[in-house]
Structure formats: C-alpha cells, structure tokens
Ligand binder design. Structure first.
Ligand SMILES: C[C@H](N)C(=O)N[C@@H](Cc1c[nH]cn1)C(=O)O
Ligand SMILES: [Zn+2]
Ligand SMILES: [Zn+2]
Length: 479
C-alpha cells in the first residue's frame, strides 16, 4: 500500500521533478574544459545543498589540483553524504550510491536543435533534451526524487543511504580512487551493497540491469616538425608533413572491421565459454535495436551475438580526433606544424591499462621507426586508465533490482554488460568488499556524449520509481 503511495507521489511530482532537472542542466558543469571549471564547483554546491535540504549530512572532500592544458587548476570536490532511516536505522541495510554531476562538452553547433544547457521538454515525443539529462544528472536526481517523495507521504526510508558524487567522471575521475581508499575505514564502512545508475538500456524498449563494464585507456600521439604552419604550395612535397605521418600511424592501429592491429592485445582477452555465449543468445535484442541506437545501419556484423559481444566482452579501439588539424569550413591550404592524434582502447577482463598501454607505446614506436620521417613523435600512454569491472549477478542486490523492474515495467530485465566505463566501479567493489549493481534509467538512443542528448520523461519518472522500489526490495531481501 505505502509503496503504491510512493509510486503515485512520483507521478504527482512530475512538474517539480522536471524543474529540478532543468535547474541542474542549466549549470554547464563540463569537467574537461578549464573555462567551465567554475561551473563544476557551482554544480557541487547545488548538489550538496539539495542533499542537505533533504536531511542528509553532506561534506566536500577536497581533491587538490590538476594540470589541464598547461594550467594548474583546482579539482572539484567529491560529495560524501549520509542519510539514515528515521526508524530502526541500525537494523536496516545501507546502500552506497555513486553518480557524477559533471558532463561532456556541448556546443549548439555540434548538432543540437536547442540550447544544450537549457532543458527542453518536447511535449510531442515526451523527450527532455539537455546535456547531462541522461548522463548523469537525470539518474542522480532520481535518487533525490525518491527521498523527497518518501518524506512527502510520511514513509520512512527502507534502507540507510550513503552517497558519493563526483565532478570529474567525464575526465578520468582524477583523484577519486585515492579519496575513496583514504576513507575506506571511515565513510565506506558499514555498506551492504552498492548501486550506480550511469549507463543505458540495450535498446529503447526493454530495461536492463548491468553486471559488467569495460575499462578504458587513452592515448595522445604528438607529431611535430616545421617551426610554424606552412603554405602547402611553397612547402608541400618539400618537408615531412606531421599530418601525413599521423594518418600513417593511426591507420596502423585498427582496421575498418574493428580488428585491433596492436600485437599482443587479443591474447589478453579472457576466453569465451559456452555458458557465456548462451547468455548473448537469450538476450532479447535485434540488429534493429542497435540501428535505432546509432541512427544508422552500420553495424560491422549482422549477427546479433557478435554485435552484443563487440559491445560487452571484446576490446575496441576508437579514433577520436586530431588537435591542430584544420577543421573550419573553406579550403585553407595549410600544412599544420604540430598535430595530436587521440585514440582510446576499451578494455575487458583480463586486460589492464598498464599492459595495454605498454603494448601500444612499444608498437607505435616500432611503426614510427618504419616510416622514416624526420619529424618528432611522442606517444603518451595511460597506464593508470580505468580497469574493467565484472560482478556476480547471483546476489540479493540483483534479485532486488530484478523484482523492482518487474514491478515498474512488468518485464524481467535483460542482464547486460556495458560497453562504457565507470572506472570507480571496481574501486567501490574492492573498498567495500560488497556487491555492486548498475541500474540504468536511460535508453540506448539517449545520445549520451553526443548531440542532442535526451532522457525520455517516462524513463525519468519510471526510473525514479524503479530506484525507490529497488530500495524497498533490498530491505525485503534476506542478505
Ligand atoms: C558509462 C558512463 N556513463 C560514461 O560515459 N563513462 C565514460 C567515462 C570516461 C572515460 N574517459 C572519459 N570519460 C566513458 O565510458 O567514456
Ligand atoms: Zn556517466
Ligand atoms: Zn559519460
């Protein structure tokens, strides 16, 4: 009965919930750009105030400074917050919730029809457009919405909650691991299980719960030569061109079929078992789901299982961009003097960022020697990148999330592994020694990291209900 009251209260709060998300989206908390850093701090203040308004005891954990684009700047603080149930708190379980309040960069010219930092509700489609709507402001506000609705209907929380919210996730979670390890015997004591809502359904219709994440390691390939940008009419054919060298090296990393060409990488991947393959066979998923998510028909394979495994259990190498390349409209005939190619590799069990980073650096140096260029090349690896994470789904935490999904959506969720990375997931598992679950709110076509990003209003509301019901199922489960 009281759970039904909670579910209806979320419906009643619809306008206020959208307004709360609009306030959060309006703060452009882009962590990867020094110019926006003050807004990440503003967002941290906003989140802390929201938590305190709901009765949580919240504190900032300072992380010190970082170097960004040659500038030393302050890192945004991590927020730790504690909210204990009003009654029988000592007998109730404690769930640790993680999320991030920073976002990816967004410019209207990237392909948005609306201002990225203004939440726009398209009444026709029911979509809420705005940077961070699905990654990860909508989901973290989902938890606040749950607490508020409980208080409004006079229902005590079924569990105690601990929150760890950061503002650097989109930029490698700088400083977070250290901060968590430092508080292992303090704030992180007494946790019974962990939950993160920061990934997506496999398609657009069916919810999922997630028990794995790929890791990531990022590379920057610097090539320089001429003392300044040159006129290609005067110097083309005369000098070694940094961009030509860069294309040579970049094209030796991965094939158009997605095969990673760096020797030794494939050998690190945990072998596929028959039992695991069967899991992909039973997943309710079609190539059309992936086409809907990408807005195209461009999957490398036409076989469902291969597409799923490419996303969840094999590594991938993606080329992201080139700093210093001419990219404006027009036909400027320039030879860029210095270019930086950026690429990353998504990691799966049993790969480590260090092993992969070493293999790539070694390979790139050898390929560079074959080119015979007089330019200068430096390959910057990332041995501390994010490790992959994998959890046992045969646990009461997963059973609770499954029951909650059945209650809210009327279907058994898919059990997935996510292709993206949340490096801190592994840290939480190690520090608490407890089970960790990923419980996503958004759909595959939300456009996370892309343009435009959206969260369907239905996912925001039902997702909030899901998080609340999950907490009640956790309380009801026998640990
Ligand atoms: C899955 C999560 N919502 C996410 O988007 N994670 C990022 C983490 C990251 C790593 N480098 C920069 N951001 C991702 O998977 O790209
Ligand atoms: Zn995220
Ligand atoms: Zn993200």
């Amino acid at each position: 009965m009281s759970l039904d009251a909670f579910i209806s209260q979320i419906e009643k709060n619809k306008a206020a919930l959208v307004a709360r998300l609009a306030e959060a989206v309006a703060i452009p908390s882009v962590s990867g750009d020094a110019k926006y850093r003050k807004h990440v701090f503003e967002m941290a203040d906003w989140m802390k105030a929201q938590l305190e308004k709901l009765g949580a005891t919240a504190s900032f954990q300072p992380l010190g400074k970082q170097m960004l684009n040659g500038e030393e700047i302050d890192l945004p603080p991590v927020i730790f917050a504690d909210l204990r149930a009003k009654t029988d708190a000592d007998k109730k379980k404690t769930i640790l919730v993680y999320g991030h309040f920073d976002v990816q960069p967004a410019l209207k010219s990237d392909g948005w029809d609306t201002e990225p930092f203004e939440l726009v509700h398209d009444e026709k489609t029911g979509r809420l457009y705005g940077r961070g709507s699905t990654d990860d402001k909508g989901p973290i506000l989902g938890w606040l919405n749950v607490i508020e609705a409980h208080q409004q209907i006079g229902l005590d929380l079924p569990v105690n909650l601990k929150f760890c919210f950061e503002g650097m996730e989109e930029s490698g979670s700088v400083g977070l691991d250290e901060c968590i390890y430092k508080n292992k015997d303090g704030f992180f004591q007494g946790v019974d299980a962990c939950c993160i809502s920061d990934n997506y359904w496999l398609g657009t219709k069916k919810p999922c719960i997630t028990h794995g994440l790929r890791g990531v390691t990022y590379f920057k390939l610097h090539i320089s030569g001429p003392g300044a940008d040159l006129h290609s009419g005067l110097f083309g054919g005369v000098v070694h061109e940094p961009m030509t060298d860069l294309f040579q090296i970049m094209s030796r990393l991965v094939t158009p079929q997605g095969e990673i060409l760096v020797p030794g990488i494939k050998e690190l991947v945990a072998p596929l078992t028959d039992e695991e393959r069967k899991r992909y066979e039973v997943m309710e998923f079609t190539i059309k789901d992936m086409d809907d998510a990408t807005g195209s028909s461009t999957t490398i394979s036409d076989e469902k299982e291969s597409v799923l495994m490419a996303r969840m259990r094999y590594p991938s190498l993606s080329l992201h961009g080139i700093e210093g390349a001419f990219s404006a409209p027009g036909t400027k005939t320039v030879i860029p003097a210095k270019v930086v190619g950026k690429f990353s590799i998504r990691l799966v069990p049993n790969m480590t960022p260090k092993a992969v980073s070493d293999l790539v650096v070694d390979y790139v140096n050898k390929e560079w020697a074959k080119i015979g260029s007089k330019n200068k090349m430096v390959i910057e690896g990332d041995p501390d990148g994010g490790k992959p994470w994998y959890a046992d789904p045969n646990h009461w935490n997963y059973a609770a999330a499954t029951k909650a999904t059945e209650k809210i959506y009327g279907v058994k969720p898919d059990l997935t592994r996510e292709g993206g990375s949340i490096p801190v997931a592994l840290t939480f598992s190690e520090v608490t020694g407890k089970n960790l679950l990923l419980l996503p709110l958004g759909r595959a076509d939300d456009g996370a990291h892309s343009a435009p990003e959206k969260l369907d209003l239905d996912n925001y509301l039902r997702g909030t209900q899901l998080l609340g019901v999950y907490l009640h199922e956790v309380a009801a489960s026998k640990a």
